[in-house]
Design a protein. Sequence first.
Length: 106
Amino acid sequence: KRIEAALAAMFPADVALALCSLAAADARDLWPAERPAIAGAVPLRLAEFAAGRQAARAALAALGQEPVALPMGPDRAPLWPPGIAGSISHTAGLAAAVARQGAPLG
């Protein structure tokens, strides 16, 4: 909770933040449109990707959005639903996602 509060304090109130531990993520939960991005990936990359997508869907839910696939675009960035701006990041053991309706996050 301390990490989540510190991260949330960095963003305006209209930005939803969600965290997911790599240990809690399961690559089997990825949507079919997301799977090509991690085909042949090593286990750590699979966990990072799955945790990031899980956190992103939780951030979308906090905005009242339905869960959707978040495939990787040609620049390797997640493809967010129309009208949503967001970002996914990960570090040792943890993935974080932020999202909001409207303007890009920066």
